[in-house]
Design a protein around this ligand. Structure first.
Ligand code: IMP
Ligand code: MG
Length: 187
């Protein structure tokens, strides 16, 4: 049986739990356009490296990068995930490192969501050790109740409450990444 069941009431069932539409495809696309426009303006005449954090950011990354009209490069990190749980293990591991040199470069990290902030804290330490020219973070979603980091996130798509979300790259036990909208756990 398929574990993702779409119904016309804009709710879905993934791994036997019910989620409802929270941010529509149209709202996401509009916001991604706004974020890209701001980055295009802020980095005019620079050559940044956009670094995506796999797996969750892959859809946001690909939508965002196609709206960037700067001369730019891309690379990816892969970090350990939540496993199949809805709560972070708090134990961040690097599964794939970068292939590029970040020293003296303008670095823009692209994340799907910042929850506890532990992953971003880990990435920031890793990058800043190598003396980039600048370091910035763009995240589509930001759970403001949870974040424990003490640095500012430069570009935020949407601030959301502390609930589990899926779709548009975000998974629940690897399912639901392919959904075009973002869905929230329906309690
Ligand atoms: P953090 O280290 O707690 O900030 O979590 C970062 C990573 O956990 C994100 O890049 C996501 O991959 C994953 N994550 C956090 N919250 C959610 C969620 O609500 N749904 C799905 N994945 C999440
Ligand atoms: Mg992620």
């Amino acid at each position: 049986m398929n574990s993702v069941i779409n119904d016309p009431g804009r709710t879905i069932t993934v791994n036997n739990e019910r989620f409802r539409v929270y941010i529509t495809e149209e709202e996401i696309q509009k916001r991604v356009q706004e974020l890209a426009a701001q980055i295009n303006k802020d980095y005019a005449s620079r050559t940044p490296i956009f670094i995506g954090v796999l797996n969750g950011s892959f859809i946001f990354f690909s939508d965002l990068i196609r709206k960037i009209d700067l001369d730019c490069e891309i690379d990816f990190f892969k970090l350990s995930s939540y496993g199949d749980a809805k709560i972070s293990s708090g134990n961040v591991k690097l599964l794939k490192d970068l292939n590029c040199q970040v020293t003296d470069r303008d670095i823009i990290i692209v994340e799907d969501i910042i929850d506890s902030g532990l992953s971003m804290d880990f990435i920031k330490k890793l990058i800043t050790k190598q003396n980039p020219r600048s370091f910035a973070v763009v995240t589509l979603l930001y759970k403001s109740d949870c974040v424990k980091i003490d640095f500012k996130v430069d570009y935020i798509g949407f601030q959301i409450p502390n609930h589990f979300v899926i779709g548009y790259g975000l998974d629940y036990a690897q399912k639901a990444r392919n959904l075009r909208s973002i869905y929230i756990l329906d309690k």
